[in-house]
Design a protein around this ligand. Structure first.
Ligand SMILES: Nc1ccn([C@@H]2O[C@H](COP(=O)(O)OP(=O)(O)OP(=O)(O)O)[C@@H](O)[C@H]2O)c(=O)n1
Ligand SMILES: C[C@](O)(CO)[C@H](O)COP(=O)(O)O
Length: 231
């Protein structure tokens, strides 16, 4: 049976957020933002290991006590200059002890509202899939393409449009190979697509948002509160 290994790229600086420290360490609902997703991943019975790709110079991680998350957690100071480089470096670490056919679930540290139900849906849907895939959400709004002056150049048909989320789940060897051939991507699925394959889109809701801007924090906190109430 293939294992399920989570890889969490967490070496970003949060330049768009603009805080004093990388956004993954900012307090969110009483914990560092990154801890929410790590806790969900570590607690999930079908996730075997949780590898966190930290920036080589990261001094924040050691300032928190992570022991309550248990023995699955594996921080590695292997982050790179881009998200894709951090993921590729994390895959090198994993390749040292995992099997080529193991599944890797790459999940942004900046998506704190990941739930166990989302993980179950992704893993169940892709269990027999020959390619792998990702959580994603169908676009709900009318889409506009802008010109260089923020004026509408065209309205773009949205019927087949989805917004990519994470986790993105692919076999270890295939993902590593795809990223080697196509390193300049903003998500793993793009590298798999460049290899001529079609990742499966697995519908997820808006709750799995990425914290990018300061205003995303309040929404994330409300979602976490609701998830806690519903549980
Ligand atoms: N060199 C990088 C850049 C990003 N990431 C991670 O990739 C995820 C998604 O990236 P993003 O939201 O863009 O985070 P930042 O790069 O930190 O933000 P920004 O682009 O605003 O600087 C985050 O968990 C981030 O820590 C990473 O591991 N290594
Ligand atoms: C992987 C991702 O979260 C999917 O939406 C996104 O592409 C990351 O992009 P970013 O520019 O690094 O935030």
């Amino acid at each position: 049976m293939p294992r399920h290994i989570a890889l969490v790229p967490a070496a970003g600086s949060g330049s768009r957020f603009g805080a004093q420290m990388p956004k993954q360490y900012l307090p969110l609902a009483g914990q560092p933002l990154i801890r929410h997703a790590l806790a969900t991943l570590c607690a999930h019975p079908r996730i075997d290991r949780v590898v966190v790709a930290l920036a080589p110079e990261d001094l924040y991680w050691q300032g928190f006590d992570w022991t309550a998350l248990g023995p699955k957690l594996m921080p590695v100071h292997c982050g790179g200059a881009s998200r894709a480089a951090s993921v590729r470096n994390g895959l090198w670490e994993i390749a040292g002890w995992a099997r080529p056919e193991d599944w890797v679930l790459v999940h942004d540290a900046a998506r704190p509202c990941l739930s166990a139900a989302m993980l179950d849906t992704l893993i169940d849907t892709l269990a027999d899939d020959p390619v792998g895939g990702l959580l994603a959400q169908k676009v709900a709004d009318t889409l506009k393409r802008a010109d260089g002056a923020d004026r509408v150049e065209a309205t773009v048909p949205r019927d087949a449009m989805w917004q990519a989320q994470t986790p993105q789940m692919f076999r270890l060897a295939r993902l590593a190979d795809a990223l080697d051939r196509c390193p300049d991507v903003t998500d793993e699925a793009s590298a798999i697509e460049a290899a001529g394959l079609r990742p499966r889109l697995v519908a997820a809701g808006a709750a799995n948002l990425k914290v990018t801007w300061p205003e995303d924090m309040k929404l994330a906190e409300l979602i976490l509160q609701t998830q806690g109430t519903d549980a």
